[in-house]
Ligand binder design. Structure first.
Ligand code: GRF
Length: 213
């Protein structure tokens, strides 16, 4: 396979999306490698998975930031140190500094558990999203993968997938169904990115090539 892409993954919690990407790489479905796992949470469960699978880990420690380097310059230093080709925000709760976004323009993607732009932006994360979907009596729920820009959950959408909301659904049942969609569409978009099959047409992302795994 030609030039394998270096992927940096940001997590804050369980990391099931991170693991879903890792598993597709193992199956040979993604022309990339997870070069670095970055987290702001030293207790993130994703860390033990990374350790067990020899994935390099960088915990963003407030001490490092305050003493001798700014947050954005620290992020740039570690991202550049692994020659990152793609940055994946997989349940990362912090904002990415604009200096990083501009240096990695159209190379940072995020997974969000709603059909953006609905139920996106500040305060919409985790179960709060699904509670809002149920409260608003939406007919559909789903997940979105989008490029990251300076505004939370706002960048151009690359792919979305939806499921019907049943009368019997609760935020918990929706959360489970949406997470299944996430574990499908995020690795799929990572695959297409690593194949250079996400292009821009009229400033909008366009997936080209085969639509299969
Ligand atoms: C996912 O629901 C994702 O959509 C959101 O944060 C959650 C992360 O879950 N951004 P996990 O850590 O990947 O299991």
């Amino acid at each position: 396979m030609k030039n394998i892409k270096n992927i940096a993954v940001f997590v804050s919690g369980t990391g099931s999306n991170f693991i879903a990407i890792y598993n597709q790489i193992k199956k040979g479905n993604i022309n990339g490698r997870i070069a670095l796992l970055i987290t702001d949470n030293p207790n993130a469960k994703a860390i033990s998975f990374a350790k067990d699978n020899n994935i390099k880990i960088q915990i963003i420690d407030s001490k490092i930031i305050s003493n001798n380097i700014t947050h954005e310059d620290f992020l740039l230093k570690i991202l550049n140190s692994v020659s990152s080709d793609l940055i994946v925000l997989a349940g990362y709760l912090k904002m990415i500094p604009s200096k990083v976004i501009s240096q990695y323009k159209n190379k940072i993607i995020n997974i969000h558990p709603s059909l953006l732009p609905k139920f996106g932006g500040k305060g919409f994360y985790g179960m709060k999203v699904h509670q809002a979907v149920i409260k608003s009596r939406e007919s559909f729920a789903g997940a979105s993968v989008h490029f990251v820009d300076e505004v939370y959950d706002n960048g151009p959408i690359i792919k979305q997938e939806k499921i019907e909301v049943l009368n019997s659904d609760t935020p918990e049942t929706i959360s489970k169904k949406v997470l299944k969609i996430e574990h499908k569409i995020l690795p799929y978009i990572v695959r297409k990115f690593c194949l250079d099959q996400i292009i821009f047409e009229n400033n909008l992302p366009l997936i080209i090539g085969e639509n299969e795994w």
